[in-house]
Design a protein around this ligand. Structure first.
Ligand SMILES: Nc1ncnc2c1ncn2[C@@H]1O[C@H](COP(=O)(O)OP(=O)(O)OP(=O)(O)O)[C@@H](O)[C@H]1O
Length: 674
């Protein structure tokens, strides 16, 4: 642990601290370095900032700060005023690429795009050698990454999502040979710089091998195929898959592998694990759901998998039961492992808590779990981790906090689950409401950091109900030769068990309509009302409360305790009305939600599917009512498709809305052309 001082222009202090300290928190999170800004009562032009941490985290912090301020470095660099090209830009938190961060080895590399934007500052000595030494500075303990003024972000990073680059060594997409960049020198004259990709990749592969050397092999194959399943003919398998809502399996590798046949019964999957079967029957499940029929053989066989199936169709158990078997089947005894075996990454706290409950229901072989999430009792979480756990279910922020502070080590993780829509988050930030977005700024780098701490030969599973093309590419880059198991189609699909209605309404009439709807509800029914903004949710919830309705609300501005209480009250029926933002739109599994109301149309069409999917779960039915006003017309066409695919009535007004919007777009296009 070292300490260094830098000076930032006093006029830039605000940039470093950010509104309510958001930026400084993000800088600390992203660099792993403690940052303290001293008071500057004398009105000096520069303000002193203390950086505490390892050499690498300090370098990283300097690099990040230098992007947003005029930074003067003390010590070795005392008179070296660094003015990098990011100057004056506001700090965006996805800055993982700016530094060889604390936990990382040289594998923390994305491949620069050969179409990259040239460096715009004094990079006279910039070369592929330098790039290498900068990336690996932490191993040598030096800090040339910063001293040289080199900033990896200055060459535009290509395909950021590919993040977990230790997987890329086996990827056919990696660069070989050399690439040339035009880089202006200090006089502004461009000169060519050559990067030897082959040398870079060779070095990286070596560093990765060194990092993970000496770990025990992972046992992945626990599958003892049932004779009846093994003897199914091709046509039997196809008929069964088609009968179970159209299961399809695609091998995303370029290997010629046999696709495991689906199982039809719990016994066919878990005959060797009677405790698991007992637990399944205790929950009164009769048949495996389609996604389970196909996922269990794939996962028990040890393959990576992407699982896509409609909301409420049992994706949690699809990965959880193989995970339990995986934990117990490793060669190193559980008590001798340096940390958890299974890590489940969740984007929201509520979903993490829900998964933990599911784990506890199964209590297989005394496997212990902990839910590590922001807003929860940190001390308690640390204590539980200290006692030893096999499963960690975590949101990325708190997980990184515990990793950074050495409370948790992920070296023993051999089974990774990236939950549902977390991959969406890697691509675009759509599922959390504004407060969560603020709190979790730096989500993407946090996830990438976590992935770098997990051995690359792990088994990885991702599940989701929606699978937009951008996410697909990204998700696959975190996996090794996955199978993709889909139930239904890859198109955006809402659950057919939900009756979906659309009502055209003025914004000002919505509240009254909601009250009318609630008045028609009968005892035992529950309604989940989605608003797009926290303020609207608050406003609606208080109005309902004032009118004497038993209502609760959940959004990112509420204390975690209140969020949990709200879900609890809704779950037990103490408050059968829950007003929520999209923090509750995904994954939340409350069995008897009768109605979903989209008070505001969601900001992304995927959210529509997830919101609607909070009802009609596990084979039950439900009803969703969506308010549409004129301002929502751009969604009309996509909504028509979702409604028709789910065999719902498409209102004529929706069709004419879509037509009007198409015409408007056409007119606009024409307008632009001429
Ligand atoms: N084989 C089964 N038979 C009946 N119910 C099941 C079965 N498997 C799981 N369930 C129940 O179905 C409900 C929904 O499961 P789960 O939460 O895993 O859905 P999901 O597919 O992950 O949904 P979402 O995409 O909305 O998160 C849960 O209450 C779960 O206990």
């Amino acid at each position: 642990m070292g300490e260094e001082y830098v000076y930032v222009a006093t006029s830039d202090v605000g940039r470093v601290i950010g509104r309510s300290g958001t930026t400084i928190r993000n800088l600390q999170d992203d660099s792993g370095c403690r940052i303290k800004v001293f008071r500057n009562d004398d009105g000096d032009v520069y303000t002193k900032v203390q950086l505490k941490g390892s050499t690498d985290t300090i370098d990283c912090a300097k690099n990040l700060i230098s992007r947003i301020t005029k930074l003067r470095v003390t010590g070795d660099h005392s008179d070296d005023e660094s003015r990098v090209s990011g100057w004056g830009k506001s700090y965006v938190s996805s800055n993982q690429d700016d530094c060889s961060s604390k936990n990382q080895t040289t594998d923390d590399w994305d491949e620069p795009d050969t179409t990259a934007t040239p460096v715009t500052q004094s990079s006279r000595t910039w070369s592929s050698d330098m790039m290498w030494s900068s990336g690996s500075s932490h191993t040598s303990g030096s800090s040339h990454g910063f001293k040289s003024g080199f900033n990896r972000r200055q060459i535009k990073i290509a395909d950021r999502g590919r993040g977990s680059s230790y997987q890329q060594h086996s990827s056919s997409r990696q660069h070989h040979g050399t690439s040339q960049f035009n880089v202006p020198d200090s006089s502004g004259t461009e000169r060519k710089v050559q990067i030897d990709w082959a040398a870079l990749h060779a070095g990286r592969a070596e560093a990765v091998a060194k990092k993970w050397k000496g770990l025990p092999d992972i046992v992945k194959d626990f599958y003892n195929e049932d004779t009846e399943v093994a003897s199914l003919s091709y046509s039997d398998v196809e008929a069964f898959r088609s009968d179970r809502n159209g299961i399809s399996v695609v091998d995303l590798s370029d290997k010629d592998r046999l696709i495991p046949n689906p199982v039809k019964t719990f016994e066919q999957a878990f005959r060797d694990y009677p405790e698991i079967i007992d637990q399944i029957y205790k929950q009164e499940f009769v048949h495996p759901s389609p996604i389970q029929c196909q996922s269990w053989p794939v996962l028990l066989k040890g393959f990576d998998m992407v699982g896509i199936a409609q909301t409420g169709t049992g994706k949690t158990l699809a990965f959880l039961l193989p995970a339990l078997i995986h934990i117990n089947g490793q060669t190193v005894p559980r008590s001798e492992r340096s940390g958890p075996t299974v890590l489940v990454l969740s984007p929201t706290r509520e979903l993490a808590l829900q998964i933990e409950k599911e784990v506890q229901k199964f209590c297989y072989k005394g496997i212990r779990s902990v839910c590590v999430y922001g807003g929860g009792n940190r001390k308690e979480q640390i204590k539980t981790v200290g006692r030893g756990v096999e499963i960690v279910i975590a949101t990325p922020g708190r997980l990184n906090d515990l990793l950074m502070n050495g409370v948790l080590c992920l070296r023993s993780v051999t089974f990774l689950v990236i939950l549902k829509h977390l991959c969406d988050v890697l691509l675009y930030y759509q599922i959390l409401d504004e407060a969560d977005r603020m709190l979790d700024m730096g989500f993407e780098p946090q996830i990438k950091k976590v992935l770098l701490d997990i051995r690359p030969d792990r088994q990885t599973v991702m599940t989701s109900a929606t699978w937009p093309p951008g996410v697909r590419r990204l998700a696959e880059s975190y996996m090794t030769d996955p199978f993709q198991v889909t139930v239904g189609t890859l198109d955006l699909q809402a659950c057919k068990a939900v009756v979906q209605q659309v009502e055209f309404i003025e914004d000002s009439d919505k509240k009254e309509r909601v009250m009318e709807f609630i008045n028609d509800m009968i005892d035992g029914e529950k309604v989940l009302i989605f608003c797009s903004r926290k303020a609207t949710a608050d406003d609606l919830a208080s109005d309902l409360l004032l009118h004497g309705y038993p209502v609760q609300s959940i959004h990112g501005d509420r204390e975690q305790e209140d969020r949990e209480q709200a879900l609890e009250d809704f779950s037990t029926g103490a408050a059968p009305i829950l007003v929520a933002t999209d923090v509750a739109s995904r994954g939340i599994d409350i069995k008897d939600i009768t109605f979903v109301i989209n008070f505001d149309f969601p900001m992304h069409i995927e959210d529509y599917v997830h919101r609607v999917g909070r009802t009609g779960r596990a084979g039950s039915t439900g009803k969703a009512l969506t308010f549409m006003s004129r301002s929502n017309w751009k969604w009309a066409r996509q909504l028509i498709k979702i409604l028709s695919d789910a065999c719902q009535v498409v209102p004529l007004e929706l069709v004419s809305m879509a037509e009007r919007y198409d015409k408007w777009c056409e007119r606009n296009r024409d307008g632009r052309r001429y």
